[in-house]
Design a protein around this ligand. Structure first.
Ligand code: HEM
Length: 197
């Protein structure tokens, strides 16, 4: 991604905020003394004591190996083990202003690298129309030219099919209403033809 050591260390400081939940990522304890009362849904393991306050406590706490109740992932621990990372981790533990400055720059760089959304048209959880302009689809050079329908589009088509009574193992039933209209139309044409004789 083109991030240098300083930026990797600074961005890791985002773990000052939030919690890890074993039922989501597999990392962290189900609950600690810092998370058992929330706020929000209680539980999980935070990296810091005040896990909704953005400061340099993440670096201070990892360095001090402060408490078994605070999470240290292998990728957090390595910031004080690897000599090239350690320079910055030590600096940030001592100097919050430098951490804030470097974090802001690294976060802006990360954001500007862009994020790809899959599916490109986004995911709609309710009936609110999507305002965002979908990203233009550009087929890769190695593409076969065959464009696969996105999962959300397949779901929409399936829902419409099922609303008519069809299903993967069930063909659509005969449309009686349409048949009646066709019969009436044919009879009307025949009547008008016979009436002319
Ligand atoms: C070395 C790279 C990284 C690894 C291995 C990593 C790993 C993790 C893991 C395992 C969790 C817990 C997820 C869960 O159980 O819900 C997590 C949460 C989090 N990560 Fe990272 N992360 C990395 C980099 C980043 C970066 C670059 C940022 C932001 C700039 C970030 C921000 C967060 C935040 C804010 C949370 C808490 C989410 C919450 O409270 O729901 N992480 N990360």
């Amino acid at each position: 991604m083109g991030l240098n050591d300083k930026e990797i260390v600074a961005l890791s400081g985002a773990h000052t905020l939030g919690r890890s939940r074993p039922e989501r990522s597999g990392w962290g304890k189900p609950e600690t003394k810092y998370t058992k009362d929330g706020p929000g849904t209680p539980g999980g393991q935070s990296w810091t004591v005040q896990w909704l306050k953005f400061d340099n406590s993440y670096f201070k706490d990892i360095k001090a190996k402060r408490d078994e109740d605070l999470l240290v992932l292998p990728t957090d621990a390595v910031l004080f083990e690897d000599p090239s990372f350690k320079v910055y981790a030590e600096k940030y533990a001592e100097d919050q202003e430098t951490f804030f400055k470097d974090y802001a720059e690294a976060h802006a760089k990360l954001s500007n690298l862009g994020a790809k959304f899959d599916p490109p048209e986004g995911i709609v959880l309710d009936d609110t129309p999507v305002q965002a302009v979908p990203e233009k689809f550009v087929a890769a050079k190695y593409s076969t030219g065959k464009r696969e329908l996105s999962d959300s589009m397949k779901q929409k088509i399936r829902a419409e099919y099922e609303s008519f009574g069809g299903g993967p193992d069930k063909p659509l039933p005969t449309n009686y209403f349409l048949n009646i209209i066709i019969i009436i139309g044919v009879l009307a044409i025949l009547t008008s033809l016979l009436g002319n004789y």
